[in-house]
Design a protein around this ligand. Structure first.
Ligand code: KIV
Length: 278
């Protein structure tokens, strides 16, 4: 495996060569280490943190400080992979200055190499400001969970002409503003294909089909660690929730039966010392 750090140049090269880009989320040190050592290109510390780790109902309550805490842990575990930090709701929408300040915190305080934010033309100036300061930006279009109340629920985006045309214009605006990659979430396969073919920025699919430049999924979903809800676009590669539950039941049974701890889990002491204690 190539051990060289993944950079924006690596991503551009992969797009140019037609080599699929692999991206997964991670939220802590041990998972980042496993994902990195497996050879993933990009680790996204998504604001899905709110749903799958912090137990919120949506990504909306996630704060900058919560994100920074987790991005730091992920950066300590990541070696080769590029770490992208997700900008939480209201950390970039109020002003371009605030967007830059918050994006900068992810690099300065947490050690990330890039940031991601949701939206198209309406965030293009913020993207330009962040990129001009030297911070690589990933855009996010389609089903953007921070706008879930405006979108009216978790639905495929771009099935009708107006929304599809706006998404194409948004993707172009993000690219022109300097985004090196764009995540497309829950988008019809052929619209995603069209957008991918029209951009030099890399397009990463989550529920946008196989014709994009790469794929991203939430790690808890592919490992079967998040039983609340599994979207149609997720493929579950393991059932760790079930395995963890079984391990916990077995531990409880063994504690109940006093078969754990066994002698090999215990510490001894010299007999003469013990004798003096009685
Ligand atoms: O927050 C997240 O994990 C994301 C991915 C779903 C792309 O934005």
């Amino acid at each position: 495996m190539n051990k060289e750090k993944v950079t924006t140049a690596t991503i551009r090269k992969k797009k140019a060569e037609g080599t699929p880009i692999t991206m997964l989320t991670a939220y802590d040190f041990p998972m980042a280490k496993i994902v990195d050592e497996a050879g993933i290109d990009v680790i996204l510390v998504g604001d899905s943190l709110g749903n799958v780790v912090l137990g919120y109902d949506s990504t909306i309550p996630v704060t900058m400080d919560e994100m920074i805490h987790h991005v730091k842990a992920v950066c300590r575990g990541a070696g080769r992979a590029m770490v992208v930090a997700d900008m939480p709701f209201l950390s970039y929408q109020a002003s371009e200055e605030e967007a830059l300040r918050n994006a900068g915190r992810f690099l300065k305080e947490a050690g990330a190499q890039a940031v991601k934010l949701e939206g198209g033309q309406e965030v293009a100036n913020a993207v330009r400001k962040i990129v001009d300061a030297g911070i690589p930006v990933v855009g996010h279009l389609g089903l953007t969970p921070q706008s879930i109340h405006r979108l009216g629920g978790f639905k495929v985006q771009g099935k009708d002409e107006t929304v599809a045309k706006k998404m194409i214009a948004d993707a172009k605006a993000l690219e022109e503003a300097g985004a090196f990659a764009i995540v497309l979430e829950c988008v019809p396969v052929h619209l995603a294909k069209l957008i991918t073919g029209s951009l030099s920025a890399a397009v990463i699919s989550i529920g946008a089909g196989p014709y994009c430049d790469g794929q991203v999924l939430v790690i808890n979903d592919i490992l079967g660690l998040y039983p609340r809800f599994t979207p149609k676009f997720v493929k579950q590669y393991a059932n760790l929730h079930g395995q963890i539950a079984d391990a916990i039941k077995q531990y409880m049974e063994e504690v109940g039966a006093r078969s754990f701890p066994a002698p090999e889990h215990c510490f001894g002491m010299p007999d003469e010392v013990l004798a003096k204690l009685y």
